[in-house]
Design a protein around this ligand. Sequence first.
Ligand code: HPA
Length: 275
Amino acid sequence: MEEYVKKVKETAAFIKKNISEMPVTGLLTGTGLGDSVAGINVLHAFDYKDIPNFPVSTVESHKGKLIFGDISGHRIVAMQGRFHMYEGYSPLEVTFPIRVMQELGVQNLIVTNAAGGLNLSFSPGDIMLIRDHINMSGENPLIGPNVDSWGVRFPDMSAVYDLGLAAIALDAAIKHDLDMFQGVYVGLKGPSLETPAETRFIRMIGADAVGFSTIPEIIVAVHAGMKVLGLSTITNVNDPDHQEKATVEEIIDVAVKAAPKVALIIKHVLETLEL
Ligand code: HPA
């Protein structure tokens, strides 16, 4: 763990040397949603491969850039492309960038992802505000020695998704006349998609959407004391009684088309946030 902490601090020091103003909010874009950061006034953009100690994204639909800039004057750091456990990254690697953000002083984290819908009132292209989550990955990025300067051993998870940020996101949907659903996200490890029996099971335990990301980063953000907002783009709807084949091409296509809606919500949230 000491080695990991050292690497995080080294990476944060590299970034601090190269940028003039530290970001307040972190933004993590999911599959096909890289363009949800389209409105950023970019000040610095680093390829992941040029950042010391940073993992490198292996999935084509993820761009692999860390962008520093602002949206309407609100300073942000945006990760265009995240790391997944199904790529073979450990939970510590997946959440490395969140620790770097913590070291940079980031206070809010906005996370977007592409997810399968389990709630049959959803349609492809809908946006779901994540109200809560169920971690079914069997992993946890906080396993191992606790770094007390980063957070407590047993972080409270009774209110992971910040109510204030959620309220602003709901206002954004009203302002832009977008339908926005709310629900519970269940995180699996993937990469195989769900069987009908698994879909039935995860619906029964109370999930509205399912995906292979987000939860490790969110757990670390909570540990780090950040306020969290999560937005899922529903790319396909899985009905266990008539389950259709889901292809990654379709998932990406729907996510790319929905990205401008997600961008509008994010922009409104950042404009409304106190600096
Ligand atoms: N299952 C898991 N992850 C996903 C899905 C799905 O159906 N759609 C988009 N991401």
